[in-house]
Ligand binder design. Structure first.
Ligand code: GLY
Ligand code: MN
Ligand code: MN
Length: 431
């Protein structure tokens, strides 16, 4: 049977050679008093284990090839309050670890497992509390030096290895990303169908979250942006509490998280169901830029190719609309386009909505490989300013899709949400 987490652990073990790796899941976060924020396991930990209980620690031993989990012990009294815990035996069985022990055995066992290893890998500086624990375990090995135990002489950042692995998604990850994309797409379609002039932004947000939760995606992957009219010109607008007016556009940037994997879609559409002429003109520029960006995502192309392709289209559009004057090259060289387009073209997506991985190596852009995933999300945000034609004031438009690099091109796995003007208007009319 294909066990993706065990397969990833084995892949990491083979990269690590005879080193030992330590990884903790995320700490719980107090919201206030004894209430916590919804618990979310650490992404690296999820990647290697699939185990979602708090407080767990994973040790991988490159010498024996073993995966060892430390987790909460079974505790029938606590489980009455907080629910099921796997306990070490259950976790070992269910998640395929070689060994598993309760947390209170870490202080004894981890120094033993670290002793005489040449190299320790852990995500240095990722979690200060965990750094302190690692230091204590290392001290404990050093204290045994009289009995011949030696602490590792070399330390490495485990993230450097895991980021590289996470940059290219495996089959199980691609399946989850597609499902997260599908559910996110349903949220956007429901929002387009539900919106009416006079509604509040949060009512539309409720439609989106309802679509996510009903399909098993209990949480959004990031705070949903539901921005009517001028609010769309605030890039990270999160208030979502304004009334939606006929004649204005609504920008929605929302995606669900499914089993840890993020969707991230943006669509912009008219509150009243029909684009005005000015809105249409700006929209067509952003859409053309997005399509040009997506067309540049293919194996072998460099990571900056979509951004450059989209920027050329946006710059030409800004000139055609009369937002800027000069030439495409001039606008790009001077950076004057940033008045209306001030963010990047996109980001990797995976377990983190802004996923890990180096797009450049030694200062050089890297090439796309099959299995990499990126967003493409150009926009134009036109705040009133001297010289800006009034017809475009307060129009904010972004279009964002999630794109998988395939062997011969790409797959836009969030394409189910309409983005052509006539398709959007038809969906909103209920055709
Ligand atoms: N929603 C966050 C982003 O688009 O990057
Ligand atoms: Mn987004
Ligand atoms: Mn994004």
């Amino acid at each position: 049977m294909y066990q993706p987490h065990a397969e990833r652990r084995n892949r990491l073990l083979s990269i690590m050679g005879d080193g030992v790796a330590l990884l903790s899941t995320a700490p719980e976060a107090v919201r206030n008093a004894d209430s916590h924020y919804p618990y979310r396991a650490d992404s690296y930990f999820l990647y290697l284990t699939g185990f979602i209980e708090p407080e767990a620690v994973l040790l991988l031993d490159g010498r024996s090839g073993k995966s060892v989990l430390f987790c909460r012990a079974k505790n029938p009294a606590m489980e009455i309050w907080d629910g099921f815990r796997h306990g070490p035996d259950g976790a070992r069985e269910a998640f395929g670890f070689d060994e598993a022990y309760p947390l209170d055995e870490m202080a004894e066992r981890i120094p033993d497992l670290l002793a005489d290893s040449n190299q320790l890998w852990w995500p240095l500086g990722h979690d200060e509390a965990f750094d302190r624990r690692v230091n204590r375990w290392l001290d404990s090995v050093r204290q045994r030096s009289r009995s011949g135990a030696r602490a590792p002489a070399h330390y490495g950042d485990l993230r450097a290895l895991l980021d590289e692995m996470r940059m290219v998604k495996d089959e199980a990850e691609i399946a989850l990303l597609r499902r997260a994309g599908d559910i996110s797409a349903v949220g956007h379609i429901k929002a387009m169908q539900a919106v009416r002039p006079g509604m509040f932004e949060y009512e539309v947000e409720a439609e989106i979250l309802r679509a996510f939760i009903r399909r098993g995606a209990r949480y959004p992957a990031y705070e949903s942006i539901v921005a009517g009219g001028a609010n769309a010109c605030t890039l990270h607008y999160a208030a979502n509490n304004a009334r939606l007016n006929d004649g204005e556009l609504l920008l929605i940037d929302a995606g669900c998280e499914l089993e840890g994997y993020a969707g991230d879609i943006t669509r912009t559409f008219p509150v009243g169901g029909r684009f005005s002429a000015a809105q249409r003109d700006v929209y067509q520029v952003v859409l053309a830029a997005e399509l040009a960006g997506i067309a540049a995502v293919r194996p072998g192309a460099l990571w900056n190719a979509p951004g450059e392709a989209a920027l050329k289209v946006l710059a030409q559009g800004m000139l055609d609309l009369g937002l800027l004057s000069g030439s495409v090259d001039g606008v790009i060289e001077s950076g004057s386009y940033r008045q209306f387009y001030m963010h990047g073209i996109g980001h990797m997506i995976g377990l983190d909505v802004h996923d890990v991985g180096q797009r450049k190596l030694h200062g050089q852009w890297r090439g796309y490989q099959p299995g990499m995933c990126t967003t493409v999300e150009p926009g134009l945000y036109i705040r009133p300013a001297p010289g800006v034609p009034e017809a475009f004031h307060n129009i904010g438009i972004r279009i964002e899709d999630d794109v998988l690099v395939t062997a011969d091109g790409n797959e836009v796995y969030t394409a189910a949400v309409p983005k052509q003007i006539d398709e959007i208007e038809a969906l909103m009319r209920g055709d």
